[in-house]
Design a protein around this ligand. Structure first.
Ligand SMILES: Nc1ncnc2c1ncn2[C@@H]1O[C@H](COP(=O)(O)OP(=O)(O)OP(=O)(O)O)[C@@H](O)[C@H]1O
Ligand SMILES: [Mg+2]
Length: 213
């Protein structure tokens, strides 16, 4: 279980104060909604380690995450778009999800398997910048498969996609979360995404997360 308890953060220059408490469990998608500017991305940045809280606790199965720098946190992140290096091939982008010491043959096998798992076995050599938006999000998801960290943070990951692609990518996130037993935290404005995916739901308002029963 991922648990935050009274995780506080302030931006004094903006008179903003946050106090986040939540729990999220493996194999399920926990949604966070809230108006624009309410602090959703701030919350994900605190979990990912890009921001440092002033007080409070953040742990995964009892292990304190706060001392860990971002690269050592057991976390993958997927943003709305721009998750890939456009000038690199899909395969080269995926290779970045693997430890540098991975032997080449092993690396190529794992990259091929990850692309097949997201339904894109044909794009390995294609430059990421030439992939469609939906394909880019699938490749980014394939990279999280290779990283295989227990926590997946999603910040409006479907927003740039048309309705059909959106449903496909959404289904993929749902399937992977269950199959890999990930703890997935989904930030979304879209109530239909939340209804389709989330088993647990928070609303962020006035700097705090409220559990929707
Ligand atoms: N580096 C910064 N310096 C000052 N204020 C910031 C900084 N980053 C974010 N903020 C402010 O913090 C508030 C929360 O921002 P945040 O990005 O977390 O909102 P959000 O809920 O993700 O919004 P959206 O739905 O539009 O993405 C906003 O008012 C924003 O302007
Ligand atoms: Mg945001």
């Amino acid at each position: 279980m991922l648990a935050a308890a009274d995780l506080t953060f302030t931006r004094p220059e903006r008179h903003l104060a946050y106090r986040f408490s939540f729990t999220a469990v493996p194999g399920e998608i926990t949604a966070v909604s809230g108006s624009s500017g309410s602090g959703k991305s701030t919350l994900l940045d605190l979990v990912a380690g890009f921001l440092v809280p002033h007080s409070g606790a953040l742990d995964l199965d009892g292990r304190d995450l706060l001392p860990l720098p971002p690269e050592a946190r057991p976390v993958s992140i997927l943003f709305q778009s721009d998750s890939l290096f456009e000038h690199l091939s899909a395969a080269a982008n995926l290779a970045l999800g693997l430890p540098a010491a991975t032997p080449r043959a092993d690396r190529d096998t794992r990259i091929a398997a990850a692309l097949a798992e997201v339904g894109l076995p044909q794009v390995a050599a294609q430059r990421a910048g030439t992939l469609s938006g939906g394909e880019q999000q699938r490749v980014a998801l394939a990279r999280t498969l290779l990283r295989n960290r227990p926590v997946l943070l999603l910040d409006e990951p479907f927003s740039a996609l048309d309705d059909v692609t959106r449903r496909d990518v959404r289904d993929l996130v749902y399937r992977l979360t269950r199959a890999r037993n990930w703890i997935t935290l989904l930030v979304s404005h879209h109530q239909d995404d939340i209804a389709a995916l989330a088993t647990r739901r928070y609303v962020l308002a006035d700097g705090e997360l409220g559990l929707v029963e």
